[in-house]
Write a protein that binds this ligand. Sequence first.
Ligand code: ADP
Length: 903
Amino acid sequence: MTEKKLTPMMKQYLEIKAQNKNAILWFRLGDFYEMFGEDAIIASKILGITLTARGKGGDNEVPMCGVPYHAAEGYIAKLTKAGKNVAICEQLTTPALAGQSEKSIVERGVVRIITPGTTLNDAVLDERGNNYIVSIVPENYLRGNNEFDTPSQNFALAVCDVTTGEFGIVKVKRNKLNEELMRIQPAEIVLDEDSEIADIIYDGQINISYFSTIRGKRDVLINHFRVKNLEGFGLEKEELLTEAAGLLIEYLKETQKTNLSHINSLRTYSVDNSMTLDETTIRNLELIFTLRDSDREGSLLNVIDKTSTAMGARRLRNWLLRPLQDKECIEKRLNGVKEIFENVTLKSEIRNILKEVNDIERLLGKISLNSCAPRDIAALSQSLGKITHLKEWITETQSEVLQEINGGLSNHSELVAHIDSSLLDELPATLKDGGVIASGCNAEIDELREISRNVKNILVELATRESARTGIGSLKVKFNNVFGYYIEISNANKHLVPEDYIRKQTLVNAERYITPELKELEEKILGAEEKIILIERQLFEELRQRILQDTEAIQRTAYMVGCLDALTSFAIIAKERNYVCPEIIETENIDSDEQIVNALEIIDGRHPVIESLSFENSFVPNDTFLSEDENYIMLITGPNMAGKSTYLRQVALITLLAHIGSFVPARSARIPLTDRIFTRVGASDNLAKGQSTFMVEMQEAANILNNATKKSLIILDEIGRGTSTYDGVSIAWAILEYVHDQIKAKTLFATHYHELIAVADKLENACNWSVQVAEIDNNVQDQPEKKIVFLHKVLPGGVDRSYGIEVARLAGLPRDIINRANNIMETLEKGVVEKGIQNSLKRERVSDTQQDLFTPITHKQEVSKIPEHLERTHAALQNIDPMNMTPMEALAKLEELKKMQNE
Ligand code: ADP
């Protein structure tokens, strides 16, 4: 576009756009928001709207698209979901005030920038989850150094949910950065424009916004929180945390353009107070979404979340991702759950009341950000009104946590009474046309409403009078926005129209008129209504300010409601699914001669999710026993589909549930305080990062072996599966020994390498368990045949058969293949692998250094004794996964195996 020929409006547009480069600019033109240039091209695609052009054919032709202002919300939601920022540019003066001259165009300005992390749009927000925005500042940044990816590097994170006002800061080391981000799951991350850390942030689909600021954020925080210094927040000497918090506050102010009065406190938290849950474990245990399709359904959260309010749902999710590390804190929650669990009336009363409580946190957020409708305030009042009733029930309780909740729930009856007396019973969706403030609140409004009502009656009289005077029975007084009040007379009666009628508009079938008397009445009505709306807006603003005076008390109430709801949810699921209160054990408190007591002991444990999906009572419960100093490793064998993974995960989930203060699915459970739960399960390709399945598997294993302690729980499912048999078994073996000798963590090790049974037998503190299957006679076409039935029961002892071929039969592979596979198996089972394993076991086990661990397994030497074609055939057979093959693939594989044999 050539500057010279630009219209004043386009000049204004470009000026505003230059200041909002990172957002799609919505430029208000009358009843539309228009977008131009690149913005229009991007938005038209996302929104599926037509792209046109402004100044078509001219030098200044520019792509353009637009949406009507009344439909804006829906379109903005689409852009936010696509990760785009939207800057809303409004007309700040009315066209009339701007005058008619070309130079004095309407004044415009950006009133708010909506980003994925700052949206208040219900169509975008998940009401049962937080919508966090996070700023990240690396330590080296303060020193002007761009070297970020070092392990000792500290990062400060400021975390805010604009919709609720929650604001926290935390310092983490490099290796905990992504874990923390995984827990927070931010909708948006804000980085300083010069920051180059985007590449090391975990690869979730996060929107990153860059923001240009200057260093030194102390004053930003002092001004925002209206404090003298940062002592109260413990930040006086915490430059890094101050930078992160200040960066986020500045960004929020820049985008929201309000004073953010509901963000009124700042909580410093530590990741060390909660059990570390790394990204892999959150995914593998399917805590908040499933591995397969990232769906909430089928996750642990989905099963245990019985909350009635959005605040409770969010609190429960937070608890789940931050398991406690302090026995007292866990027991405090457990005692609360127990009290609600045991008192059926209390449980159902709390639930009934909570069902009628709206999302107080988010309503207050909307009120604070001046983005509230009259109905939001009514909803807040209705919800706060329930708190008194809730308190009556909680006051009677005994447990510490419920008493704390009782103390945190405020009495809001004065505010509730004030709101209720200020608002009408029936409220409109917006404040725009008034009709919000109750009568009796303001004398002037009452008077104006009276006038308006009287005049309306006079209008009815006028219509009757004119009808009689003209003899036109159908004469009516009507109103529209363009012409105001008028008398409409059909063409058939036109000849009866008196002379003093002034024609205003001609329609096809009728004429519209006004009279001086009608005009005068109209002015009175419209004048009164305009004035009413003005006063209503002012009173509404006063009401909003009155509510904001109680911000802190309302936020505290909302927080406590969330906690109560989450505890009640634990009690409800415990009752519904027959969970028990776990006993939490802490090592330090136990005498050395009582070591055995310090064991993890689960009797009749169940998998909370699989159980909920199983037919009634069809889930087979299983016991677990892992002590701290002896028998801390369970090696679990059993065929595919027997239930090994389910068993492993159930132990991890029960341990986790106990640490969040929930009852657990078992007949009884004693759970030692656990510092971390590590999981290595299934195959999760990270193709986006260009890593093979096996590489990912080994990285996950490395993470476990480098970080686990004696107080950890390790779940290893099918380690070594992603490579050839010999590599795989060697790696699994070495890892098993290392965990046993070096780490000594409580470990569940499931494997299909039944060769490892002999290894576990030799290890002092490992024991063999297996998931049972039964073989039953199943004669087909008079041929004796065995069929296997999965019993899902985990019992001591290993199984030395993998039943792979039987599973293949169950899956429907053709009989010929099964028979042939059995023949091949027989040949292969001449002890090829077992012999190698046994030879290796005979050797002295070296256990002290990791490097040495790998040296005794000299498979190459042993393998050299095996005929080469057999080795290849065996390896190929081991890599077959019959459950994932079509019959045709199986036939082809068999052909390939046969060829190998003959080569
Ligand atoms: P594996 O890891 O041994 O291949 P899984 O743990 O994946 O086996 O279990 C296979 C299927 O068996 C699961 O989908 C589940 O439905 C069922 N299952 C597992 N454990 C049990 C159990 N204890 N009771 C009932 N069904 C179970």
